[in-house]
Design a protein around this ligand. Structure first.
Ligand SMILES: Cc1cc2nc3c(=O)[nH]c(=O)nc-3n(C[C@H](O)[C@H](O)[C@H](O)COP(=O)(O)O)c2cc1C
Length: 223
């Protein structure tokens, strides 16, 4: 298979997984994925990304801590969330939301069902491992750009090894807990969580694929 075909296959295979099998991954496999993701470019080769990855036992402990935290804590992400999604962004957000709800049988108006599905974020969708991605606060927006590249490469390196992932901004909304739990200094910015493990391929939450905009909306030629 050509390099282009192999990359294309991996890009097509990757998708966000919202139902995992509980089986832990070998530490060496996670190390291999992280090492490969490090090959991405970063401004000045600063490589501002850092990951803490939980063992299966620590994943359970974090799940419990988050559940407890959510009873009293309000959302406090290190990186402010968008205030709103308007226009085409609102449409795309809705479309992928309805794809998920449709797949798991949450109908329009079923607020409880939608809430329960949202809460799956904080169960890490049953994943055996969670990674918390941080950037160096001082590097600001470009540090975050570098971390975004790293995040994407991580999901692809994982997909190429049949490891399922999902980036989760939802976890970043409880940044103070993550700082305490993982002993992260204020000089580090929580970018997002990433749940990882083997996909439960038969689960309805993994049964749909999101769309992409037409190339004409993304690419403009000049001259
Ligand atoms: C930075 C980032 C944060 C995300 N946060 C969440 C999240 O909190 N919960 C969730 O279910 N999906 C989350 N996603 C997954 C997106 O919804 C998903 O990537 C998008 O719908 C495209 O679908 P695909 O990844 O299956 O191709 C996030 C993705 C990214 C890149």
């Amino acid at each position: 298979m050509s390099d282009a075909a192999a990359l294309s296959r991996t890009l097509s295979a990757r998708r966000s997984c919202r139902a995992f099998l509980p089986d832990p991954l070998p530490a060496t496999l996670i190390e291999e994925i992280v090492a490969e993701a490090q090959r991405v470019p970063s401004w000045c080769n600063a490589q501002p990304w850092h990951l803490v990855v939980t063992s299966a036992a620590e994943t359970d402990r974090l799940r419990e801590s988050l559940t407890e935290e959510m009873k009293s804590a309000s959302h406090q992400p290190d990186i402010p969330f968008p205030n709103r999604y308007e226009g085409v962004y609102k449409d795309r957000r809705r479309a992928c939301g309805w794809q998920l709800y449709g797949a798991v049988g949450v109908e329009k108006g079923d607020r409880d069902g939608a809430h329960q599905q949202m809460m799956e974020n904080f169960r890490f969708f049953g994943a055996p491992h969670v990674a918390v991605l941080t950037s160096e606060a001082e590097l600001g927006a470009y540090g975050l750009v570098d971390c975004g590249g790293f995040l994407t490469a991580l999901t692809l390196a994982a997909a190429a090894r049949n490891v399922a992932t999902i980036p989760q901004a939802a976890l970043a909304s409880y940044a103070p807990l993550l700082h305490r739990f993982f002993d992260l200094p204020d000089t580090r910015t929580v970018v997002c969580g990433i749940s990882l493990g083997r996909a439960d391929a038969r689960h309805p939450a993994n049964s749909f694929r999101t769309d992409r905009a037409d190339l004409s909306e993304v690419l403009q030629w000049q001259g």
